[in-house]
Design a protein around this ligand. Sequence first.
Ligand code: ADP
Length: 513
Amino acid sequence: MAIAKKKVTKPIAKKSVVTTKKVSAQKTENPSSDDFWKYAPAPESKDHVTLKEKYDLYIGGKFVKPNSGKYYETINPASGEVIAKIADGNEKDIHLAVTAARKAYDQHWGKLPGKERAKYIFRIARMMQERAREFAVIETMNGGKPIRESRDIDIPLAANHFFYYAGWADKLDYAFPNAKPKSLGVAGQIIPWNFPLLMAAWKLAPALATGNTVVLKPAESTPLTALKLAELIHDAGVPEGVVNIVTGFGPAGASLVNHPGIDKIAFTGSTPVGKYIQKAIAGTPKKATLELGGKAAHIIFDDAPIDQAVEGIVNGIFFNQGHVCCAGSRLFIQENVAELVIRKLKQRMKTLIVGDPMDKNTDIGAINSKEQMDKINQYIKIGIKEGAEIYQPECALPAKGFFCKPTLFLHTSQSHRIVQEEIFGPVLAVQTFRTLEEVIEKANNIPYGLSAGVWTDKGSKIFNLTTQLRAGVVWANTYNKFDPASPFGGYKESGFGREGGLHGLYPYVSLQS
Ligand code: ADP
């Protein structure tokens, strides 16, 4: 790493005392300055994790074989190794799941008082906390994200969502005063691969709290934590049929969308599939919330705390491999500090550790699948061809699995495809601006509107921007901060409807006006 060549008097921020000592010892044996800054491996143990060889569908409170009799292999994207076989659900399985969910709704769950529903949801939350380490390891094995993220962000936030919505279950009359909130019936929920357990929690918790039953379709490449959640829900004694989990590919999702027994669709995924869903349910009474793609503007003004902003940029796009729909993938820097910010950003990029996601030191883990890796590589080629200047730090990538270096594209313009299109990888397109009006214009000139970030010392600038940016979430002097109490969702091609907070209850109830 280039930083090692400098004379540094104290270890850079993240190095622990223990690590420094160990590597100092290494230095005595091997005086190479490069080795001085290497972290000792810190792999998370997998010993406490039990996984079955084969996973069935969870329908009507039981694990059942798929109608087709077919199973597909789910892999660890960091090594390519097969972790388990997963049931390939089809239209008939979806029908069984919807029938089970309807029965559970009509006979039990739909009539259960809120405080009784809350007990189950609280139990799910508590059990998830108890098994948090197991969930974190499986999330990282199946999804490729660094264990630090699974452990510190995904799993605690998922449990917090269940806690938060459990709290609302017996207070719906206060959430919607004089509106007599009623559950809708059966919700069909389809989730993506970037936050597998967290997305399941975002979908299930408000649906159950408001008295609906559910059929959930996890993403094909990351089904394991949802299946573990099925086991947990079973152990929690949640009545049969209240939650059904059908694994499979796109056609299983489409069957769920088109099933006449579904009252509401909640979808998080790509904009093309979101458009397909909207067309498919047009003219039906089905309600929908769609959380789709994004291309967030991350705006740095010259009065920003630059070092913190650089950390925010790194957090916004490079951590979690850019596999975040709200990733800050377009960077706008005020012209007079552009050189400084870029220099500091490059310096920080050199210190990022790309590699084994199970290692606690890793910043950038594995890309989730070969398809996604190919797509990112394709966009990197497009960026070069479009004439943007590429920067990638020198770092060795593991020989196996799917990995991508953090990538910066400088001198981009609004018309570049890497600026307009969602890449979903650790690729950042940089532009500069001079005035507030110019940056608002540029930030909004995009088909998406999910999120944005702004760094400035001036509160007035923040308020000015937040009212003018067409984005569902605008973070100020921070980035990618989530809380179950705060709503999330998009404008324009980023979808509609809000998840999280009080707003997240609306899509699951009908109200009397
Ligand atoms: P991504 O590009 O993030 O993989 P997708 O939109 O392709 O996003 O996938 C998100 C979820 O939507 C996955 O669970 C996937 O299986 C499901 N899906 C894919 N195609 C369809 C479809 N035509 N109808 C419903 N769900 C679908």
